[in-house]
Write a protein that binds this ligand. Structure first.
Ligand SMILES: Nc1ncnc2c1ncn2[C@@H]1O[C@H](COP(=O)(O)OP(=O)(O)OP(=O)(O)O)[C@@H](O)[C@H]1O
Ligand SMILES: [Mg+2]
Length: 273
């Protein structure tokens, strides 16, 4: 179990995080959601050990890690800017950590991740020759092969397109469940946070606005910020999608019917072309 006790962080005179206290169960997936600049990356860096806390404690399985160096914590991160090794190719980046811990993943598990993340064609490419989404997938693979006891992901899905994003969400969930990997995922997308995780930590002005499961956040938002910035975004999305479907397929009355109708009309359009 990860416990944060009254964590505070200042950069000079600026107070970035104030009195953050929470516990995360082993194997739990928690999303960290909040506006740009609210301190999400800072919080991950504090837990990772890359940045020092100003006050409070970080406890993992009863052990006080507050001032334990990063490499001794057994945590791993997918950085927001990927931080890949530019002098190595994609494959060498993916298996880099296995040099020190060769048993962290089997060969078959590495191959499986490469296929799942759609990286097979890109293995011998240099990092500078990859697109943003490809780099992001290499960064995810490189971290997942190590099966850290705490997995930290900073906006890991932001550069991915729809279908691959959904399959990677599934895989992150699957790996977290299978290996009982405690996972913290930063995102600024409420839909991603509420569909991916067991609980969502909402940060505003450096403080916890709410830490609860998705249903509770939707049914009982703790304050106006959550109502205005998070729930209203989801409602706008919901309204737009429903409007789109109801306008193009007036008679379809269920999602499955709607999807069939869309696919049938696409086939008709193709046949006519
Ligand atoms: N090393 C640093 N020195 C001084 N200020 C910093 C440092 N790192 C971050 N900050 C400040 O701390 C605040 C929080 O930054 P952080 O990167 O944690 O935000 P974030 O929530 O991850 O934002 P985004 O969604 O844009 O990634 C920002 O105002 C930032 O300017
Ligand atoms: Mg950030």
């Amino acid at each position: 179990m990860l416990e944060l006790q009254h964590i505070g962080k200042r950069f000079g005179e600026r107070e970035i995080l104030k009195d953050i206290s929470l516990s995360v169960e082993k194997g739990e997936i928690v999303s960290i959601l909040g506006p740009s600049g609210c301190g999400k990356t800072t919080l991950l860096n504090l837990i990772l050990g890359l940045t020092d806390i100003t006050s409070g404690k970080i406890i993992y399985d009863g052990e006080d890690l507050s001032h334990v160096p990063m490499e001794k914590r057994g945590f791993n991160i997918v950085f927001q800017d990927f931080a890949l090794f530019p002098n190595l190719n994609a494959y060498e980046n993916i298996v880099y950590g296995l040099r020190n811990r060769p048993n962290a993943s089997t060969k078959a598990e590495v191959e499986d991740l490469i296929d799942l993340l759609g990286l097979r064609k890109h293995l011998s490419q240099r990092i500078a020759e990859l697109s943003g989404g490809q780099k992001q997938r290499v960064a995810i693979a490189r971290t997942l092969v190590m099966k850290p006891r705490l997995l930290l992901l900073d906006e890991p899905l932001s550069a991915l397109d729809g279908i691959i994003k959904e399959s990677i969400k599934e895989r992150i969930r699957g790996i977290a469940r299978q290996f009982k990997l405690t996972t913290l995922i930063v995102t600024h997308d409420p839909e991603e946070a509420l569909t991916l995780s067991d609980r969502v930590l909402i940060i505003n002005n450096g403080q916890i606005a709410q830490f609860a499961d998705p249903q509770t956040i939707i049914r009982e938002p703790a304050d106006d910020f959550i109502r205005r910035f998070i729930l209203s975004q989801l409602m706008v999305k919901r309204t737009n999608i429903l409007k789109l479907f109801s306008e193009s397929i007036p008679k379809a009355d269920s999602t499955v019917d709607a999807a069939r109708a869309v696919s049938a009309s696409a086939h008709r359009a193709q046949a006519a072309a």
